[in-house]
Design a protein around this ligand. Structure first.
Ligand code: SAM
Ligand code: SF4
Length: 338
């Protein structure tokens, strides 16, 4: 194995999120504008290019890879990428390998893809679902169909995939549903992860007024459920509790009210080959240009090492910090990959 990735604060980078497309069949209020102009195809990394970059990361110690977007399952022939990445799971323990291959999806096409994903080596999937009410779900996603996502969730269970449901907490949109979601996730054997709305990209919705601090949600849930704090960590921003009544976990991702960057172990590759060492900063390193100009693997690794060396200590989303511009990060979440 080549030199492992360490940032200047000594954090080892072992987790890569890869956005394979900026496109999506939904237009969630907090993520995209109603009318989006998507990137021209030549700007998007080909599967071959993605595989080369991911391979370089795996050779330097990345052990977990999450595929995201946009909606990863709308990209044509996406299973060829999962199959190629799945081969890294089967490498012997003493060679560069992946321990886990996962994805985040809106679930609309999971009905079709759950079984092939399992065959490729995926064992866990995060499905974004902000409401259990069909009309609300349609309003939040602007063009999603709850039935399809629920069919996807069912297919995932049947295929043997572990599930985590992601829900962005939004005042006036789904803040009266968290109890029902905890109960529903309990029945489905799924974990639940609640997320504070982050100000990324213009979407035409007022996210500042939608924002609810999750401390408040957690205190409210604790009136009805027994929440046992867990030390379980993924290196990510979520803090977990176990619901004694259901046995499932609830994660709280609180980028706005708490900054948990000190243990961050992840970097993100956008679908255009920009490497973001922090979701909450504008700075990125271009890998596509050098790759297309013929850079060899050693050169690529040097670039990645120097980008990771510049990984900032933490993001600056917190309201009231630095300046007060609510849409401080101008790019949409769908470009970087959530
Ligand atoms: N399309 C897939 C999905 O929705 O799961 C994957 C990409 S999506 C960008 C990944 C995650 O980012 C989703 O769980 C979504 O809820 C979350 N997300 C998007 N925009 C967000 C924002 N402004 N604040 C907080 N979470 C956001
Ligand atoms: Fe699409 Fe996911 Fe963004 Fe919703 S959150 S618009 S499903 S990329």
């Amino acid at each position: 194995m080549t030199r492992p990735f360490l940032d200047s604060f000594g954090r080892a980078v072992t987790y890569l999120r890869v956005s394979v497309t900026d496109r999506c069949d939904m237009r969630c209020l907090y993520c995209m504008a109603e009318e989006m102009t998507f990137l021209p195809k030549p700007e998007i990394l080909s599967y071959e290019e993605l595989e080369r970059i991911c391979g370089a990361f795996i050779h330097s110690g990345v052990r977990r890879l999450r595929v995201t977007g946009g909606e990863p399952l709308v990209r044509r022939d996406v299973m060829s990428f999962f199959t190629a990445m799945g081969e890294w799971l089967r490498r012997p323990g003493d060679e560069p390998r992946l321990d886990e291959l996962t994805l985040t999806t809106n679930g609309s096409r999971l009905g079709e893809f759950a079984a092939p994903l399992h065959a490729a080596g995926v064992r866990r999937v995060n499905v974004s679902m902000d409401s259990l009410d069909p009309a609300r779900f349609a309003a939040i996603t602007r063009r999603g169909n709850l039935r399809k996502t629920l069919d996807g969730v069912r297919a995932a269970r049947e295929a043997g995939l572990k599930l985590r449901i992601n829900a962005v907490a939004m005042a006036g949109l789904n803040d009266d549903e968290f109890d029902d979601m905890v109960a529903w996730c309990g029945q489905m054997g799924a974990d639940l992860c609640l997320i504070e709305t982050m100000p990324m990209g213009e979407t035409g919705d007022d996210r500042v007024n939608r924002y609810i601090p999750l401390d408040r949600v957690r205190a409210d849930l604790a009136r009805r459920w027994t929440l046992e704090p867990l030390t379980y960590r993924t290196g990510g921003p979520a803090r977990y509790v176990r619901v004694a009544e259901t046995g499932q976990k609830i994660g709280f991702i609180t980028p706005m009210s708490h900054n948990f960057c000190e243990s961050c172990n992840r970097v993100r590759l956008s679908c255009t080959g920009q490497l973001y060492s922090c979701l909450g900063h504008e700075g990125a390193s271009d890998l596509r240009g050098p790759l297309r100009a013929g850079m060899d693997d050693a050169g690529l690794l040097r670039l990645v090492h120097s980008a990771i060396g510049r990984k900032p200590k933490g993001h600056d989303f917190m309201l009231g910090r630095a300046d007060d511009d609510p849409a401080r990060i101008s790019r949409h979440m769908s470009v970087t990959g959530g």
